[in-house]
Design a protein around this ligand. Structure first.
Ligand code: SAJ
Length: 422
Protein backbone atom coordinates (compact mmCIF):
# COMPACT_ATOMS: atom_id res chain seq x y z
CA UNK A 1 0.00 0.00 0.00
CA UNK A 2 1.30 3.49 -0.82
CA UNK A 3 2.11 5.87 2.04
CA UNK A 4 -0.70 8.42 2.64
CA UNK A 5 -0.40 12.03 1.52
CA UNK A 6 0.88 13.31 4.89
CA UNK A 7 3.70 10.78 4.95
CA UNK A 8 6.94 12.16 3.57
CA UNK A 9 8.01 10.54 0.35
CA UNK A 10 11.26 8.57 0.10
CA UNK A 11 14.22 10.85 -0.39
CA UNK A 12 12.84 13.60 1.81
CA UNK A 13 15.46 13.45 4.48
CA UNK A 14 16.27 17.11 4.89
CA UNK A 15 17.06 16.85 8.58
CA UNK A 16 18.53 13.76 10.21
CA UNK A 17 19.28 13.28 13.87
CA UNK A 18 22.08 10.95 14.96
CA UNK A 19 21.76 9.85 18.57
CA UNK A 20 25.09 8.89 20.14
CA UNK A 21 28.17 10.72 18.86
CA UNK A 22 30.79 8.03 19.38
CA UNK A 23 32.97 6.01 17.01
CA UNK A 24 30.04 5.27 14.69
CA UNK A 25 27.57 8.12 15.27
CA UNK A 26 29.99 11.01 14.84
CA UNK A 27 31.51 9.82 11.54
CA UNK A 28 28.01 9.03 10.22
CA UNK A 29 26.77 12.48 11.23
CA UNK A 30 29.79 14.20 9.68
CA UNK A 31 29.53 12.30 6.40
CA UNK A 32 25.83 13.11 6.00
CA UNK A 33 26.40 16.76 6.91
CA UNK A 34 29.14 16.98 4.29
CA UNK A 35 26.62 15.62 1.76
CA UNK A 36 24.43 18.67 2.45
CA UNK A 37 21.94 17.14 4.91
CA UNK A 38 21.13 19.14 8.06
CA UNK A 39 22.32 16.91 10.86
CA UNK A 40 21.58 17.28 14.54
CA UNK A 41 23.89 15.08 16.58
CA UNK A 42 22.68 14.16 20.04
CA UNK A 43 24.86 13.01 22.90
CA UNK A 44 24.11 12.82 26.62
CA UNK A 45 27.63 14.03 27.43
CA UNK A 46 27.68 17.87 27.44
CA UNK A 47 31.49 17.92 27.05
CA UNK A 48 31.27 15.85 23.85
CA UNK A 49 28.60 18.23 22.51
CA UNK A 50 30.73 21.27 23.34
CA UNK A 51 33.84 19.81 21.70
CA UNK A 52 31.96 18.94 18.50
CA UNK A 53 30.23 22.34 18.28
CA UNK A 54 33.70 23.90 18.32
CA UNK A 55 34.55 21.75 15.27
CA UNK A 56 36.83 19.46 17.28
CA UNK A 57 36.62 15.72 17.98
CA UNK A 58 36.87 13.65 21.16
CA UNK A 59 38.07 10.37 19.58
CA UNK A 60 40.99 9.32 17.38
CA UNK A 61 40.05 8.23 13.87
CA UNK A 62 41.94 9.06 10.66
CA UNK A 63 40.61 12.19 8.87
CA UNK A 64 37.57 12.53 11.14
CA UNK A 65 38.87 15.86 12.47
CA UNK A 66 38.88 17.38 8.97
CA UNK A 67 35.38 16.11 8.18
CA UNK A 68 33.85 17.31 11.47
CA UNK A 69 35.52 20.73 11.20
CA UNK A 70 34.11 21.21 7.72
CA UNK A 71 30.62 19.97 8.70
CA UNK A 72 30.45 22.24 11.73
CA UNK A 73 31.86 25.32 10.00
CA UNK A 74 29.32 24.96 7.16
CA UNK A 75 26.54 24.90 9.79
CA UNK A 76 25.29 21.51 8.55
CA UNK A 77 26.32 19.64 11.71
CA UNK A 78 25.15 20.87 15.10
CA UNK A 79 25.38 18.89 18.34
CA UNK A 80 22.98 19.06 21.32
CA UNK A 81 22.12 17.06 24.40
CA UNK A 82 18.38 16.68 23.72
CA UNK A 83 16.59 15.52 20.57
CA UNK A 84 14.54 17.82 18.33
CA UNK A 85 12.13 16.91 15.53
CA UNK A 86 13.80 15.50 12.39
CA UNK A 87 12.86 13.41 9.34
CA UNK A 88 14.98 10.45 10.45
CA UNK A 89 16.71 9.32 13.61
CA UNK A 90 19.75 7.07 13.60
CA UNK A 91 20.48 5.48 16.96
CA UNK A 92 24.16 4.65 17.52
CA UNK A 93 24.53 4.31 21.28
CA UNK A 94 26.57 1.62 23.05
CA UNK A 95 25.00 -1.77 23.73
CA UNK A 96 27.46 -3.27 26.25
CA UNK A 97 26.99 -6.41 28.31
CA UNK A 98 26.59 -6.82 32.03
CA UNK A 99 28.84 -8.77 34.40
CA UNK A 100 26.85 -11.96 33.73
CA UNK A 101 27.43 -11.59 29.94
CA UNK A 102 23.83 -10.51 29.39
CA UNK A 103 23.09 -7.62 27.03
CA UNK A 104 22.66 -4.22 28.66
CA UNK A 105 20.12 -2.17 26.70
CA UNK A 106 19.99 0.71 29.20
CA UNK A 107 21.53 3.32 26.84
CA UNK A 108 19.27 2.18 24.03
CA UNK A 109 16.16 2.46 26.18
CA UNK A 110 17.21 5.93 27.36
CA UNK A 111 17.86 7.08 23.78
CA UNK A 112 14.51 5.71 22.63
CA UNK A 113 12.67 7.40 25.48
CA UNK A 114 14.44 10.69 24.76
CA UNK A 115 13.41 10.70 21.11
CA UNK A 116 9.80 9.53 21.67
CA UNK A 117 8.37 13.01 22.49
CA UNK A 118 9.72 14.59 19.27
CA UNK A 119 8.61 11.79 16.90
CA UNK A 120 6.30 12.89 14.10
CA UNK A 121 4.20 11.02 11.57
CA UNK A 122 6.39 9.95 8.64
CA UNK A 123 9.61 9.68 10.66
CA UNK A 124 12.13 6.90 10.13
CA UNK A 125 13.97 5.42 13.13
CA UNK A 126 17.05 3.31 12.40
CA UNK A 127 18.88 1.26 14.99
CA UNK A 128 22.58 1.04 14.09
CA UNK A 129 23.90 -0.23 17.44
CA UNK A 130 24.79 -3.92 17.41
CA UNK A 131 21.92 -5.54 19.27
CA UNK A 132 20.49 -8.89 20.36
CA UNK A 133 17.89 -10.45 18.11
CA UNK A 134 14.53 -8.84 18.85
CA UNK A 135 15.84 -5.39 19.80
CA UNK A 136 14.41 -3.53 16.80
CA UNK A 137 10.97 -4.85 17.74
CA UNK A 138 11.69 -3.84 21.34
CA UNK A 139 12.29 -0.25 20.18
CA UNK A 140 8.90 -0.26 18.47
CA UNK A 141 7.33 -1.54 21.70
CA UNK A 142 9.02 1.16 23.82
CA UNK A 143 8.06 3.89 21.35
CA UNK A 144 4.48 2.78 21.00
CA UNK A 145 4.08 2.75 24.80
CA UNK A 146 5.35 6.35 24.90
CA UNK A 147 3.39 7.49 21.81
CA UNK A 148 0.02 5.71 21.68
CA UNK A 149 -1.11 8.44 19.22
CA UNK A 150 1.14 7.02 16.46
CA UNK A 151 0.82 3.80 14.44
CA UNK A 152 3.97 1.66 14.58
CA UNK A 153 5.03 -0.92 12.00
CA UNK A 154 3.74 -4.47 11.91
CA UNK A 155 4.43 -7.13 9.26
CA UNK A 156 0.83 -6.93 8.04
CA UNK A 157 0.66 -3.12 8.08
CA UNK A 158 2.53 -1.46 5.24
CA UNK A 159 1.21 2.00 6.12
CA UNK A 160 2.53 2.88 9.58
CA UNK A 161 3.07 6.43 10.88
CA UNK A 162 6.63 5.58 11.93
CA UNK A 163 9.10 3.44 10.00
CA UNK A 164 11.59 1.37 12.01
CA UNK A 165 14.57 -0.62 10.75
CA UNK A 166 17.88 -2.07 11.85
CA UNK A 167 20.96 -1.31 9.80
CA UNK A 168 23.94 -2.50 11.80
CA UNK A 169 27.15 -0.55 11.54
CA UNK A 170 29.95 -2.73 10.15
CA UNK A 171 32.86 -0.29 10.03
CA UNK A 172 36.37 -1.10 11.16
CA UNK A 173 37.92 1.41 13.56
CA UNK A 174 40.89 2.97 11.77
CA UNK A 175 39.03 2.78 8.42
CA UNK A 176 35.64 4.13 9.48
CA UNK A 177 35.30 6.96 6.97
CA UNK A 178 36.12 4.67 4.05
CA UNK A 179 34.02 1.72 5.20
CA UNK A 180 30.97 3.84 6.10
CA UNK A 181 30.67 4.85 2.47
CA UNK A 182 32.04 1.82 0.61
CA UNK A 183 30.79 -1.19 2.61
CA UNK A 184 27.58 -2.93 1.67
CA UNK A 185 24.84 -2.50 4.24
CA UNK A 186 22.30 -4.98 5.54
CA UNK A 187 18.97 -3.31 6.25
CA UNK A 188 16.19 -5.12 8.08
CA UNK A 189 12.91 -3.31 8.58
CA UNK A 190 10.02 -4.25 10.81
CA UNK A 191 8.08 -4.40 7.52
CA UNK A 192 9.02 -4.09 3.85
CA UNK A 193 8.19 -0.41 3.65
CA UNK A 194 10.45 0.24 6.67
CA UNK A 195 13.38 -1.47 4.90
CA UNK A 196 12.73 0.58 1.79
CA UNK A 197 12.63 3.88 3.71
CA UNK A 198 15.89 3.02 5.44
CA UNK A 199 17.49 2.15 2.10
CA UNK A 200 16.40 5.57 0.79
CA UNK A 201 18.22 7.21 3.69
CA UNK A 202 21.45 5.26 3.33
CA UNK A 203 21.45 5.68 -0.45
CA UNK A 204 22.18 9.35 0.23
CA UNK A 205 25.75 8.55 1.27
CA UNK A 206 26.52 4.82 0.86
CA UNK A 207 28.23 3.60 -2.33
CA UNK A 208 27.98 -0.08 -1.34
CA UNK A 209 24.85 -2.13 -2.03
CA UNK A 210 22.02 -2.00 0.52
CA UNK A 211 20.68 -5.54 1.00
CA UNK A 212 17.14 -5.65 2.36
CA UNK A 213 15.89 -8.28 4.80
CA UNK A 214 13.82 -8.40 7.98
CA UNK A 215 14.96 -6.92 11.30
CA UNK A 216 15.71 -10.21 13.06
CA UNK A 217 17.90 -11.47 10.22
CA UNK A 218 19.80 -8.17 10.10
CA UNK A 219 20.37 -8.39 13.86
CA UNK A 220 21.78 -11.91 13.63
CA UNK A 221 23.87 -11.14 10.52
CA UNK A 222 25.81 -8.52 12.47
CA UNK A 223 26.26 -10.74 15.53
CA UNK A 224 27.31 -13.69 13.35
CA UNK A 225 29.97 -11.58 11.58
CA UNK A 226 31.64 -10.68 14.86
CA UNK A 227 31.25 -14.15 16.39
CA UNK A 228 32.81 -15.62 13.23
CA UNK A 229 35.83 -13.34 13.63
CA UNK A 230 36.10 -14.12 17.34
CA UNK A 231 36.07 -17.86 16.62
CA UNK A 232 38.80 -17.48 14.00
CA UNK A 233 40.96 -15.37 16.31
CA UNK A 234 40.44 -17.99 19.06
CA UNK A 235 41.90 -20.60 16.70
CA UNK A 236 44.97 -18.41 16.13
CA UNK A 237 45.33 -17.79 19.86
CA UNK A 238 45.02 -21.51 20.60
CA UNK A 239 47.73 -22.20 18.00
CA UNK A 240 50.02 -19.67 19.73
CA UNK A 241 49.76 -21.70 22.94
CA UNK A 242 50.38 -24.96 21.07
CA UNK A 243 53.45 -23.44 19.39
CA UNK A 244 54.79 -22.09 22.66
CA UNK A 245 54.42 -25.54 24.23
CA UNK A 246 56.20 -27.22 21.30
CA UNK A 247 58.83 -24.47 20.92
CA UNK A 248 57.71 -23.57 17.40
CA UNK A 249 57.63 -20.02 16.02
CA UNK A 250 53.89 -19.37 15.64
CA UNK A 251 54.37 -16.57 13.10
CA UNK A 252 56.43 -18.72 10.79
CA UNK A 253 53.99 -21.62 11.20
CA UNK A 254 50.98 -19.43 10.32
CA UNK A 255 52.75 -17.81 7.34
CA UNK A 256 53.51 -21.26 5.96
CA UNK A 257 50.04 -22.69 6.66
CA UNK A 258 48.49 -19.67 4.95
CA UNK A 259 50.28 -20.56 1.72
CA UNK A 260 47.60 -23.24 1.32
CA UNK A 261 44.92 -21.86 -1.01
CA UNK A 262 42.07 -22.59 1.38
CA UNK A 263 43.68 -21.70 4.71
CA UNK A 264 43.75 -18.21 6.22
CA UNK A 265 44.66 -18.32 9.88
CA UNK A 266 44.29 -14.94 11.60
CA UNK A 267 46.87 -13.43 13.93
CA UNK A 268 47.27 -14.43 17.56
CA UNK A 269 47.48 -11.58 20.04
CA UNK A 270 47.22 -10.78 23.75
CA UNK A 271 43.47 -11.48 23.68
CA UNK A 272 40.49 -9.93 21.94
CA UNK A 273 39.36 -6.43 22.77
CA UNK A 274 37.09 -3.64 21.65
CA UNK A 275 33.44 -3.09 22.32
CA UNK A 276 32.33 -5.41 19.49
CA UNK A 277 34.10 -8.73 19.03
CA UNK A 278 34.65 -9.31 22.74
CA UNK A 279 30.98 -8.52 23.44
CA UNK A 280 28.70 -9.43 20.54
CA UNK A 281 29.15 -13.25 20.59
CA UNK A 282 27.57 -13.20 24.05
CA UNK A 283 24.40 -11.71 22.53
CA UNK A 284 24.03 -14.86 20.45
CA UNK A 285 24.83 -17.08 23.42
CA UNK A 286 22.24 -15.26 25.52
CA UNK A 287 19.49 -16.12 23.05
CA UNK A 288 20.68 -19.66 22.18
CA UNK A 289 22.87 -20.99 25.01
CA UNK A 290 22.46 -24.71 24.20
CA UNK A 291 23.18 -24.24 20.50
CA UNK A 292 26.45 -22.30 20.91
CA UNK A 293 29.23 -24.46 22.46
CA UNK A 294 31.75 -23.31 19.82
CA UNK A 295 31.02 -19.61 20.29
CA UNK A 296 31.26 -19.98 24.06
CA UNK A 297 34.54 -21.92 23.86
CA UNK A 298 36.03 -19.29 21.54
CA UNK A 299 35.13 -16.53 23.98
CA UNK A 300 36.80 -18.49 26.78
CA UNK A 301 39.98 -19.11 24.74
CA UNK A 302 40.26 -15.41 23.88
CA UNK A 303 39.41 -14.28 27.41
CA UNK A 304 42.09 -16.57 28.88
CA UNK A 305 44.90 -15.27 26.65
CA UNK A 306 45.66 -12.16 28.78
CA UNK A 307 46.26 -14.41 31.83
CA UNK A 308 48.77 -16.43 29.83
CA UNK A 309 50.60 -13.24 28.82
CA UNK A 310 50.72 -12.11 32.46
CA UNK A 311 52.21 -15.47 33.50
CA UNK A 312 54.82 -15.26 30.74
CA UNK A 313 55.84 -11.75 31.78
CA UNK A 314 56.06 -12.62 35.48
CA UNK A 315 58.06 -15.78 34.76
CA UNK A 316 60.52 -13.79 32.65
CA UNK A 317 61.10 -11.07 35.23
CA UNK A 318 62.85 -10.90 38.58
CA UNK A 319 60.67 -9.37 41.24
CA UNK A 320 62.23 -5.89 41.40
CA UNK A 321 63.07 -5.28 37.74
CA UNK A 322 60.99 -3.11 35.42
CA UNK A 323 58.54 -4.41 32.84
CA UNK A 324 57.77 -2.25 29.78
CA UNK A 325 54.25 -2.64 28.38
CA UNK A 326 53.94 -1.33 24.84
CA UNK A 327 50.39 -0.30 23.94
CA UNK A 328 47.11 -0.05 25.82
CA UNK A 329 44.63 0.33 22.95
CA UNK A 330 42.79 -2.82 21.89
CA UNK A 331 44.39 -2.69 18.46
CA UNK A 332 46.87 -0.76 16.33
CA UNK A 333 46.87 2.99 15.73
CA UNK A 334 43.75 3.94 17.66
CA UNK A 335 43.12 5.32 21.18
CA UNK A 336 40.24 3.00 22.12
CA UNK A 337 40.87 1.24 25.45
CA UNK A 338 37.46 -0.44 25.73
CA UNK A 339 37.67 -4.14 26.68
CA UNK A 340 41.36 -3.94 25.77
CA UNK A 341 43.30 -7.06 26.76
CA UNK A 342 46.35 -4.78 27.13
CA UNK A 343 44.58 -2.87 29.92
CA UNK A 344 43.74 -6.12 31.69
CA UNK A 345 47.32 -7.37 31.38
CA UNK A 346 48.85 -4.13 32.66
CA UNK A 347 46.43 -3.99 35.60
CA UNK A 348 47.27 -7.58 36.55
CA UNK A 349 51.01 -6.96 36.22
CA UNK A 350 50.74 -3.80 38.34
CA UNK A 351 48.99 -5.83 41.04
CA UNK A 352 51.24 -8.89 40.93
CA UNK A 353 54.70 -7.41 40.19
CA UNK A 354 56.77 -5.46 42.73
CA UNK A 355 58.95 -3.61 40.23
CA UNK A 356 57.99 -0.73 37.95
CA UNK A 357 55.55 -1.10 35.07
CA UNK A 358 56.58 1.33 32.32
CA UNK A 359 53.60 1.97 30.06
CA UNK A 360 53.79 3.36 26.53
CA UNK A 361 50.66 4.40 24.63
CA UNK A 362 51.31 7.03 21.92
CA UNK A 363 47.58 7.66 21.32
CA UNK A 364 46.67 8.96 24.78
CA UNK A 365 48.07 11.87 26.79
CA UNK A 366 48.03 10.32 30.25
CA UNK A 367 47.30 7.02 31.94
CA UNK A 368 43.63 6.22 32.62
CA UNK A 369 42.73 6.45 36.33
CA UNK A 370 42.40 2.65 36.59
CA UNK A 371 46.18 2.46 35.97
CA UNK A 372 47.25 5.72 37.60
CA UNK A 373 46.06 4.44 40.97
CA UNK A 374 48.93 1.91 41.17
CA UNK A 375 52.16 3.11 42.83
CA UNK A 376 54.36 1.14 40.42
CA UNK A 377 52.86 2.31 37.07
CA UNK A 378 54.56 5.04 35.03
CA UNK A 379 53.52 6.62 31.73
CA UNK A 380 56.67 6.63 29.57
CA UNK A 381 58.00 7.47 26.15
CA UNK A 382 58.85 4.52 23.88
CA UNK A 383 62.54 5.24 24.19
CA UNK A 384 62.52 5.52 28.00
CA UNK A 385 60.60 2.27 28.39
CA UNK A 386 62.87 0.27 26.09
CA UNK A 387 66.00 1.53 27.83
CA UNK A 388 64.84 1.13 31.43
CA UNK A 389 63.00 -2.20 31.38
CA UNK A 390 64.43 -5.70 31.61
CA UNK A 391 61.32 -7.32 30.18
CA UNK A 392 59.41 -5.86 27.25
CA UNK A 393 55.85 -6.93 26.53
CA UNK A 394 54.45 -5.82 23.16
CA UNK A 395 50.68 -5.57 23.57
CA UNK A 396 49.58 -3.48 20.59
CA UNK A 397 51.13 -3.29 17.13
CA UNK A 398 51.09 0.51 16.88
CA UNK A 399 53.09 1.86 13.95
CA UNK A 400 55.47 3.64 16.38
CA UNK A 401 56.65 0.28 17.78
CA UNK A 402 57.68 -1.13 14.42
CA UNK A 403 60.80 1.04 14.40
CA UNK A 404 63.26 -0.36 16.92
CA UNK A 405 66.99 -0.15 17.51
CA UNK A 406 67.79 -3.87 17.93
CA UNK A 407 70.86 -3.08 20.05
CA UNK A 408 68.58 -1.59 22.75
CA UNK A 409 66.78 -4.93 22.99
CA UNK A 410 69.97 -6.95 23.52
CA UNK A 411 69.87 -8.97 26.73
CA UNK A 412 66.22 -8.12 27.45
CA UNK A 413 63.37 -10.62 27.74
CA UNK A 414 60.84 -9.98 25.01
CA UNK A 415 57.23 -11.13 24.95
CA UNK A 416 55.98 -10.00 21.58
CA UNK A 417 52.29 -10.94 21.61
CA UNK A 418 51.70 -9.28 18.22
CA UNK A 419 54.74 -10.48 16.30
CA UNK A 420 55.86 -6.88 15.72
CA UNK A 421 59.55 -7.78 15.99
CA UNK A 422 59.28 -11.36 14.77
N1 SAJ B 1 42.54 -9.41 16.53
C1 SAJ B 1 43.48 -10.40 16.69
N2 SAJ B 1 43.91 -11.08 15.58
C2 SAJ B 1 43.44 -10.79 14.33
C3 SAJ B 1 42.47 -9.79 14.18
C4 SAJ B 1 42.04 -9.11 15.30
O1 SAJ B 1 43.92 -10.69 17.80
O2 SAJ B 1 43.90 -11.44 13.39
C5 SAJ B 1 42.06 -8.68 17.71
C6 SAJ B 1 42.38 -7.20 17.66
O3 SAJ B 1 43.68 -6.94 18.10
C7 SAJ B 1 41.33 -6.64 18.60
C8 SAJ B 1 40.14 -7.55 18.32
O4 SAJ B 1 40.66 -8.72 17.73
O5 SAJ B 1 41.71 -6.77 19.95
C9 SAJ B 1 39.10 -6.95 17.42
O6 SAJ B 1 39.69 -6.23 16.35
P1 SAJ B 1 39.17 -6.28 14.87
O7 SAJ B 1 40.03 -5.43 14.04
O8 SAJ B 1 39.00 -7.68 14.42
O9 SAJ B 1 37.68 -5.74 14.95
P2 SAJ B 1 36.97 -4.45 15.60
O10 SAJ B 1 36.42 -4.87 16.92
O11 SAJ B 1 37.82 -3.25 15.58
O12 SAJ B 1 35.79 -4.24 14.55
C10 SAJ B 1 34.90 -5.32 14.34
C11 SAJ B 1 34.73 -5.52 12.81
N3 SAJ B 1 34.03 -6.78 12.58
C12 SAJ B 1 34.51 -7.70 11.72
O13 SAJ B 1 35.56 -7.56 11.13
C13 SAJ B 1 33.68 -8.91 11.50
C14 SAJ B 1 33.97 -4.34 12.23
O14 SAJ B 1 33.68 -4.57 10.85
C15 SAJ B 1 32.67 -4.11 13.00
O15 SAJ B 1 31.95 -3.00 12.49
C16 SAJ B 1 33.03 -3.83 14.44
O16 SAJ B 1 33.67 -5.01 14.96
C17 SAJ B 1 31.78 -3.53 15.21
O17 SAJ B 1 31.56 -2.34 15.50
O18 SAJ B 1 30.99 -4.44 15.46
Amino acid sequence: MAPDSETKLPGEFNKVSVIGLGYVGLPTAAIMANRGIDVLGIDVNPETVEIINKGDIHIVEPDLDILVRSAVSSGKLVAATTPEPADAFIIAVPTPFKADNKPDLTYLKQATQALAPVLEKGNLVVLESTSPVGTTQQIATWLSAARPDLIFPAPDNNDPDIFIAHSPERVLPGRILIELVDNDRVIGGLSDICSQRARDLYSLFVNGTCHLTNAQTAELVKLAENAYRDTNIAFANEMSLVCDNLDINVWEMIDLANLHPRVEILKPGPGVGGHCIAVDPWFIVDSARDQTPLIQASRRVNDEKPNWVVEQALDATTSKSAIACLGLAYKADIDDLRESPAMEIVEKLATQHDGKILIVEPNIKELPSSLKKFKNTKYCSYDQALRNADTIVVLTDHREFKEVDQSVLDGKKIIDTRGVWR
